[in-house]
Design a protein around this ligand. Structure first.
Ligand code: BYC
Length: 318
């Protein structure tokens, strides 16, 4: 961080103690304060992955904008996709407070150095998939993001507060689509169940590897970037979502699923981690398509950025 460069070596210890104390006391770390380099890098990694996920996540839903079944459905979907773009922008701005530029962040995405959520590498084959994304994908994102509202970095935490308000509307629009289809014809019910079958397991993978296989969790807990573990959050999502599925008559595609009355939690079968690692390493159904689309859109928008820069320069001279 810029400020780190001006800190004298003898003062580092004092700054580090102050940082540790703020973390200990649950106080937020703000951009103009000293922070360990590894904390800054950890946040850039996670926050940029989060921002990229919001923006890449517009693509699978955008695929159905022109085919929404009613004007009402189209308006709602359009508003939701615009919200996702807005979330990406808050998060890029929050990430830039850590001393990295938007151009560098986008370059990392394009070079495959920065990830985005595995879930957006699955295709949206029919309208029920839009319901499943809103209900399951946004539902999983909310569980994770509510927890991140208490993260230690101020700009990230505040972005989460705002984003969560919009996500709960997204989750409800998805649930409404699924509930409506489940009240419809046999074909519509089958479409909804098919979407549930395809999106259930990838949604559980959104929470990341099991805690025992999560390399970043140690530092994330030490610095209170993460407040709840990958497995804790996944379990929270499972417990609430299975009940919602039952209400509208959907079956969870897991033959090993059982409710443990002693713990009060549902227990699931094994997650296919080979599939997860294959997807995050670039070999999912849509990885290439998603990235190519982003690169093309970025290239096509070059003139807009140049025009904005020219406008800024012109006005800064006056
Ligand atoms: N996908 O040590 P771990 C939305 C990577 S968008 C891809 O547990 P960490 C929406 C991880 O990055 C909301 N990669 O990591 C938008 C790491 O690799 P690197 C998106 C994953 O960071 C539009 C490695 O696996 N939400 O809602 O402690 C339309 C080891 O993992 C994934 C966020 O981005 C994954 N699922 O914990 C609709 C939440 N999981 O970096 C909806 C913010 C793990 O070493 N992020 N990896 O190469 C987080 O909360 C945390 O980063 C995670 C992972 C829980 C995801």
């Amino acid at each position: 961080m810029e400020q780190t460069l001006h800190v004298e070596a003898k003062d580092i210890l004092k700054y580090a103690e102050n940082f540790d104390q703020k973390i200990e006391e649950d106080k937020k770390i703000e951009p103009n304060e000293w922070m360990p380099e590894a904390y800054r890098k950890h946040l850039i990694r996670q926050m940029s992955q989060h921002a990229h996920s919001e923006v890449i996540g517009m693509q699978p839903e955008g695929n159905w904008l022109t085919r929404a079944p009613s004007l009402r459905a189209k308006q709602i979907l359009l508003a939701k996709i615009q919200d996702e773009g807005g979330h990406g922008l808050y998060l890029y701005s929050a990430c830039e407070t850590l001393g990295i530029s938007r151009d560098e962040l986008i370059e990392q995405l394009h070079l495959g150095k920065a990830k985005y959520s595995s879930i957006f590498n699955y295709p949206t084959l029919n309208w029920a998939d839009i319901g499943a994304i809103g209900w399951l994908v946004d539902g999983a994102a909310i569980v994770n993001q509510v927890s991140l509202q208490r993260t230690s970095y101020g700009p990230y935490s505040r972005a989460m507060v705002r984003i969560c308000k919009e996500e709960s509307f997204h989750q409800r629009q998805g649930y409404e689509i699924m509930a409506t289809m489940m009240k419809g014809t046999k074909d519509q019910q089958e479409m909804a169940q098919d979407a549930m079958n395809r999106w259930w397991w990838p949604s559980l993978m959104m929470f990341g590897p099991h805690d025992s296989a999560s390399p970043h969790s140690g530092d994330a807990f030490k610095w209170k970037i993460k407040r709840q573990s990958n497995d804790e959050l996944r379990q929270k999502f499972i417990d609430k979502t299975i009940q919602q599925a039952e209400v509208i008559g959907l079956t969870v595609p897991d033959k090993d699923l059982k409710f443990n009355s002693e713990t009060g939690h549902y227990e699931i079968g094994p997650i296919n981690w080979d599939e997860f690692y294959s997807v995050i390493n670039g070999n999912g159904f849509c990885n290439k398509k998603r990235l190519d689309h982003h690169k093309n859109a970025h290239e096509e928008g070059r003139w807009v950025r140049a025009a904005a820069e020219a406008y800024k320069n012109k006005h800064s001279k006056n």
